[in-house]
Design a protein around this ligand. Sequence first.
Ligand SMILES: [Zn+2]
Length: 378
Amino acid sequence: MIHFSILKKSKKSRARLGLLETPHGVVETPAFVGVATQATVKAMTMDQVRSTGMQLLIANTYHLHIRPGEDVVKKGGGLHKFMDWDRPLMTDSGGFQVFSLGFGKDRGTGKILKEKSDEKIREGEQPRTVRITEDGVEFRSYVDGRKLFIGPRESMRIQEKLGADIIFNFDECTSPIADHAYTKKSLDKTHRWARVCIDSKKSKQALYGVVQGGKFKDLRIESAEFMNKLPFAGFGIGGEFGDDKRQMTKMIDWVVSELDEARPRHLLGIGYLEDMPKIIASGIDTFDCIVPTHYARRGVAFTSRGRLDIGRTEFLSDKKPLDPKCSCFVCQNHTRSYLSHLLRAHEITPLTLLSFHNMHYFNAYVSMLREDIKKGNL
Ligand SMILES: [Zn+2]
């Protein structure tokens, strides 16, 4: 069970300040949600993750189902205990990964199209590597080739065993190149599955309903209206966001205007720094993104001066911290020069140090945006 209260609503935008109470503590919203795909934040210990100010993590149902399996996690005391995370925790439904391994892999598309494309996925088409049926999706394990099946009931059973505070309904996440007819049909299925998820959930976990509908305004609105009528504890906004980021903000606006104000809204898988003020102003309360750790492992630090590629030669003689304004322990104790040296020597420690700084930086940035709402500036 969760309880969401709104402390302040912006007069300038749809932004709101809130408190999301869960069995594992309270999240101040808007909040950045760290990604713990395989029950870990890559290259970091849980103590380090806590020290970055991280309030909430999201783990991945699809990956944990394939390996080690939800039964291992359950025997380990549930996901919180298994990974030593005592704060609030979400699991996604597995839908995004299952489907992105289908059409996404066939066509090389993600959530946002990198280039304009004339290619279309039409009604009735099937991806090569997974089989989508009326009841769910058949696919093969990338670990050992086993045939697996996830549908709405299976997703609920898996997420109940994992035991996060907040779980999501099983949905089909359509590709950015799916046409209107395909998306409409897929949406009807996602809506049918939403009812199955509600009816088959046995736990007291908070279940969020994910709004889909691709880039089509009529379908996004239809989906938001539909999900809003169901007794979900909150909402996810999922799927692809059209051809560019401007479209994303527009799309969030269509959806949010149909949703109940009193329930929390989570934006799935989006959260570059430059997106944050926009998505918060559109009324999003929480959002997850792999960006801080993903870039850290490629040697990139996020700073008030933009992204720095720390492995480059110019930083070898730079005695400044990653960000002179950052209060994290990496910036207090280490220079760009040292971190650049470690990266160039292919050590693994800088991956941890950069991940720590980036996570801290993202959390501090969202904390600043919460202050902006408080002061009436956002
Ligand atoms: Zn720092």
